[in-house]
Design a protein around this ligand. Sequence first.
Ligand SMILES: Nc1ncnc2c1ncn2[C@@H]1O[C@H](COP(=O)(O)OP(=O)(O)OP(=O)(O)O)[C@@H](O)[C@H]1O
Length: 491
Amino acid sequence: MNIVELKNVTKSFEESGQKRKILDNVNLAIQAGEFIILKGEMGAGKTTLINLILGLQIPESGTVRVFGYAPEQPESKLKLGLMLQKTRAPGNLKVEETINLIRSFYPKSYSTAELLTRSKLEQKRYSWASSDELSGGEERSLYFALAIAGNPEFLILDEPTTGLDPHARSRVLQQIRDFANEGKTILLVSHIESDADAISDLATRTLTLSHGKIQEVRTDNFEQLQQSISKFGGAYSRSEQPVVKPKNLFSMLLGQTKVELLKLIRQPIVLLSMLALYSVVALFPRNDPNALFYMTGLATINLLIVAIQTLSIQIATERKQGWVKLLRVTPLPAWIYLTSKVIIAFIVSFTGIILMFSLGIFKVGMSQPFFDWVILFFSLILGIVPFAIFGFVIGYTMDANSISLVSAFLIGLAVFSSGSIPLPGMPEWLQNLIPFSPFYHYAQIVMWAGHIQIAEFYNNYLAIHLEWLVWTTCVASFLAIWAYQRNRAIS
Ligand SMILES: Nc1ncnc2c1ncn2[C@@H]1O[C@H](COP(=O)(O)OP(=O)(O)OP(=O)(O)O)[C@@H](O)[C@H]1O
C-alpha cells in the first residue's frame, strides 16, 4: 500500500459561468521514502491537489487515500505534517508555546526542546511567534518546526521558501534536507527553479501539473527506492503498521484551553472592557425598583457582544491567517477548537455576571433569595447558547472587518426586537413581528427567571419561549455545520 493514493481524481471549478477541470482523471501513488517535487504554472492546480490529499476539498469523482484512510478520517492525520505558504500563529503566543501546542496533538511527537534545536530557534523561544521579533527565515523555520512537530512520516511543504532572501532560503532548504535524510516521505510544491535544483539530488520524481494532467520525470533515486522496496519489502502497508492511538481528547481540550487563556490574559483590554461594561450597574440609583430589569438588560447585551462579536472575530481572524487551516490538518478535532473558545467566553461571562450581581446586591441594594440569583444566572448563560452558535456561523462565513458592523446591527436588532423598550408610534405590523424574534424569547426567559414584571412585559408562556430557543439552537447548529463544511471546501 502507498502512503498517498489518488485514483481517477477529477476536480473542477466554476469560472465565468463555465466549468474548468483543474484535475482531470488524475492517478498518483506516493510510496514511503519518496521525495517528490511538484511543479506547475500559476493556477495549474497544485494547491487544489494538496487540498484534496489533506481532505480540505472533496473530489468531484475518484478516491483519495492517505495512509490507507480517507483524508477526512482522523487516523490519516496522525503521521502527516504540513507547512503552508502563508500562516500566522495567533498573536500573544510565544515561539515555544506555539510549538508546544501543536506537538501536544500528536501521539509520537518530538519534544519541544528537540524541535527548537532542529529549527535553530533556541534563542528565540521566548519571542512572540507572530511579530517582527522573528526574521523571515526564522518565521519559516518556526512553521517548519510546526510541520514536523508530530514526527510525521509524510510531510507536505507548500512553497516553503517563497519571499525569502538567499540566506534564509538555504536555512530552510537545509532543514528539509535533514528531514529527508531520515527517510521521511516529502511532497514539496515549488515553482522556484533554484529551489528544485538545490534539492534535486534528493528527489525521486518531479511531477508537473498542466491542463489537469500530471507528467512525471523519475530520477535514479526512484529506481534505487524500487530496488530497496523489492529487496526489503519497504512499501507501506496499513495492516502491518503498529497502531498509533490518537491523543486523549481531554488532554487536547486542556492544552487548547490553556492557550486561549494565555491569549486572554495577555490581552487584558478585552477582559477589562467587558468587566467595565458589567460594572455599569454600580451607577444605578440605590434601591431603584427597576434596577433588576436594567441589570438583566445590560447582562444580555454584554453576553450577546461576547457570543456574536468576540467569538466570531477571533475565528475569522485565525481563519484569514491560515491558522484554522493548519489546525484542521492536525489530529485536533474542530469541536475542541470551538469548545476551548466557548470555555473562555464562559469564564469571562461568569466573572462579569458575578461582579454585576455583587454590585447589584451590595451597591444598589437589590435583594432576592439566593436560589433566584442562581436561576437568573443559568437563564442568562444557557439562553445565549443559540446566539453563540450563530457567532460561529458568522466567524466561518465573514471576514473580521465586516463582523463588527454586522454584530452592531444584530445587537441593535436584539435590543429592538426584545420588546422590552417601548417604542411609541411603532406600526402594528412591526409590533406583531416581535414574537418571531429569538431575542424576544431570550428576553422573556430572563424576565421569568428574574420575576420581572415591568409593564406586564413577561407573558407567562415559558414553555413556548423555551421551545423557540431550542429550535433556534437547532437551526443555528445546522447553519454552523454548513458554514464549517463550506469553509472547508473553499479554504
Ligand atoms: N474554491 C475555489 N473556487 C473557485 N475556483 C478555485 C477554487 N480554488 C481554486 N480555484 C481555481 O482553480 C485554479 C487552480 O488553483 P490552485 O490554487 O490549485 O493553483 P496553484 O497551481 O496552486 O496556483 P499558485 O501557484 O498560484 O498557488 C485557479 O484558477 C483558481 O482560481
